[in-house]
Design a protein around this ligand. Structure first.
Ligand code: NAD
Ligand code: DAU
Length: 349
């Protein structure tokens, strides 16, 4: 398979690219603008491998995308490029509207022109896989879970921009018969996670003996999925998913934020004792505006149709993640020193 992966220098995109190149022997062209969240070092294991290529480009550049499709001639597109951090979207939404909405539009148009230029088996094989989030469904109460039938109800600038992009993808399928697939996934964690998100931020702050900021009272719930399990799910969907369908992906691992932070403190204390328990660093801070209370995913559809299930539990996944950050400061230290040192984001003035 020859796959064009947008956002392949990011957290999930690099996991997908590593799986495709190293695990499946696929040919991959990564298209990435290398924003603050993108880093080619996350693709170090793929560099120099036969069939791996990298193009630094902006997905909003319509002509460039059109030419890239025509030159590369992919069998599939896996579209992960996005602005992904909710707090940054609260501080300023412009880049989210541009990349997540205009960028998806530019890619859809490039894919449509390319798809209509194909014939026979090549046309029948082509897929446009849009990678999205469970946040488009809004916020759950204490019970229940999102499914593929849940109505859209996005509540942050980030989730609204992702919801808009999902609608565009569905429209291109219905109107132009572009062979699309959409996946909506819960919170990922694992290696190469940019240290603005809760889990890597807490690991690195805790290692540095700094305060561990918990928004509100820490009772918000997320459903955590190890990133390599997500990459496996995405590759099964692009290979075997039914055209025009949506698949929800989750980890069967709901945890309150405070539980997550405490698990990291205890995991670090067991490996690198600090003299006093790191739980003492936990600091409750002003809540995120519009903070969604709870996300949970019912993944019955992908499990039944494609036989996918997460391999990691939260306990094994968080242990592997802590071990990875302890062993790979070559990756995160330059990011903390040069790009983002952990200051609070997302409190509008
Ligand atoms: P990330 O922020 O780590 O990576 C995003 C990548 O996109 C970066 O490499 C960045 O350089 C690139 N990019 C941004 N703007 C671009 C542009 N205009 N042109 C080309 N490249 C651009 O994000 P992530 O956490 O890996 O998320 C990947 C996708 O998965 C996103 O679409 C996100 O909405 C979705 N998603 C993420 C999660 C999660 O928990 N992180 C969960 C569900 C869905
Ligand atoms: O659900 C999928 C989404 O998960 C993805 O679409 C997003 O791209 C991804 O960033 C993630 O969004 P969240 O907002 O849930 O992730 P974040 O790591 O920012 O926050 C997780 C929870 O932890 C959330 O309830 C807010 C809280 N939090 C976050 C930070 C950064 C804190 O309490 N303290 C923090 O410092």
């Amino acid at each position: 398979m020859r796959v064009l992966v947008t956002g392949g220098a990011g957290f999930i995109g690099s996991a997908v690219t590593r799986l495709l190149v190293l695990g499946r022997g696929a040919e991959v062209l990564v298209v990435d603008k290398l924003t603050y969240a993108g880093d080619r070092r996350s693709l170090r294991a793929c560099e120099g491998r036969p069939g791996f290529d990298f193009l630094e480009a902006d997905i909003c550049d319509r002509e460039r995308m059109r030419a890239t499709f025509a030159d590369y001639r992919p069998d599939a597109v896996m579209h992960l490029a996005a602005e992904s951090h909710v707090d940054r979207s609260i501080t300023g939404a412009a880049d989210f509207i541009r990349t997540n909405i205009d960028g998806t539009f530019a890619l859809l148009e490039a894919a449509r022109a390319y798809h209509s230029s194909l014939a026979g088996e090549a046309q029948a094989r082509f897929r446009f896989h849009h990678i999205s989030t469970d946040e488009v469904f809004g916020s759950l109460g204490p019970s229940g879970a999102f499914t593929e039938m849940t109505a859209y109800d996005p509540r942050s600038p980030y989730s609204a921009s992702k919801a808009a992009s999902d609608h565009l993808v569905r429209a291109w399928h219905e109107t132009y018969r572009l062979p699309t697939l959409i996946t909506n996934c819960s919170n990922n964690y694992g290696p190469y996670h940019f240290p603005e998100k809760l889990i890597p931020l807490v690991i690195l702050n805790a290692l540095a003996g700094q305060a561990l900021p918990v928004y509100g009272n820490g009772s918000n719930v997320r459903d955590w999925l190890y990133v390599e399990d997500h990459a496996e799910a995405l590759v099964s969907v692009v290979e075997r998913g039914r055209v025009g369908e949506t698949y929800c992906i989750g980890g069967h691992s709901e945890r309150r934020n405070l539980q997550v932070v405490e698990a990291i403190c205890d995991g670090l204390d067991a490996r690198v004792p600090a003299g006093r328990p790191r739980r003492e660093l936990i600091t409750f801070v002003k809540d995120r505006p519009g903070h969604d209370a709870r996300y949970a995913i019912d993944c019955a559809k992908i499990e039944a149709e494609l036989g996918w299930r997460p391999q990691q539990s939260f306990e094994t996944g968080i242990a592997a993640t802590i071990d990875w950050y302890l062993a790979n400061d070559w990756w995160w230290r330059p990011l903390r020193e040069q790009r983002y040192a952990g200051e609070r984001l997302g409190l509008p003035g």
